[in-house]
Write a protein that binds this ligand. Sequence first.
Ligand code: XLS
Ligand code: NI
Ligand code: NI
Length: 441
Amino acid sequence: MTPVQPDSIFSSIPAIRFEGVESDNPFSFRYYDPSRIVAGKTMAEHFRFACAYWHSFNGNGSDPFGGPTHIFPWDRYTDPLDRARAKMDAAFDFMTRLGLGYYCFHDVDVVDYTDDVADNERRLQAMVAYAKQKQVETGIMLLWGTANLFSHRRYMNGAATNPDFKVLAHGAAQVKAALDATIELGGAGYVFWGGREGYMSLLNTNMSLEKENLARFLHTAKDYGRRNGFTGTFFIEPKPGEPSKHQYDFDVETVVGFLRQYDLLGDFKINIEVNHATLAGHTFTHELQAAADAGVLGSVDANRGDYQNGWDTDQFPNNLNELTEAMLIFLEAGGLQGGGVNFDAKIRRNSTDPADLFYAHIGGMDAFARALITADKILQKSEYKKFRADRYASYEGGAGKDFRNGKLTLEDLRDLAISGGEPEVKSGRQEWLENIINRYL
Ligand code: XLS
Ligand code: NI
Ligand code: NI
């Protein structure tokens, strides 16, 4: 372990440790105990918590109405690599103090990009060498890398789905460099979030060609990664819109259909973001279940939306009921395939103390840990599983089983309707189930 940075903006913050529920120390975990075993795995193994470089070290609190409120000391450097290194020092110092095992980045979060492809590659490579050394010193690992194909002006009509092939090629150049970086850093995964892979108006859009190009782009990137030694997991991160009006990777089921149609299902899993689920009109649990059922529950971008605002507010998670229901699915699915829990969340514009970044992550990690413990208890001790199984018992034997096995015709079903008589009315007991969550919390 490297010593923490003495001159860092975080130097007043103590190392965060598990102290238990009796602790009043705001710089401690009350539930997240990395080595505690829950359902056969340590909490650290279940979650693989990660910090999102873009929100924590680039997000400066600015909004459409005002400039930065989070003033970062590394911004005083004019040389982009000096700035990038100072920022990375702070990032690793933050993660070390927090005891966070993983991080995630976009290419342009790590170092500023220009319009020059070869220069950008050199910059990223220089930072990869720096990050590699930091990883060795601290034991912190890369959960996933990605390329930002949505901020530059050239991507205003998409990258892989751009009507102009020249723009697509620029997107590919960035993906190549970001994949190279991910491979070099031993990243567990690589994410594709298609922020502008969609459209604003059908009047100027050839939807079928754009989707075909997106699929070809993903195949090409995947083949490159595999040829060059990437053994990790590729993830697609669905979101229904924002910044596009219509985004092609709308939600989990849409993405699963797309992956199946274009023969990508074997190579890609899904990174589910809570706030994207709610923007799609779903719950987080709906998306988790849909992914688990399709065998593609890969990773999670943890955050929460705002009940009054209809956009990606990316707040830190704190809703224990929602998370406990999520952890029921998570545990029953056997956890995440290849990914972890990345806090794709940002502190508020007026959260201006370095300590706020710690409070935010501590709160999120504790909320997940508490939800996991509660969900495990519900699965072990309550009637939750039995009630759900009993509800479908009629398909486990007799005619119900024959139906599932395709042995019954429509005429057979008609005869069974007569011989079986009027079905008994059975309660779904939703309120009783909801009470179970609160009882074990
Ligand atoms: C934006 C997305 C983005 C991805 C990575 O809404 O959540 O941050 O996670 O490109
Ligand atoms: Ni995300
Ligand atoms: Ni998001």
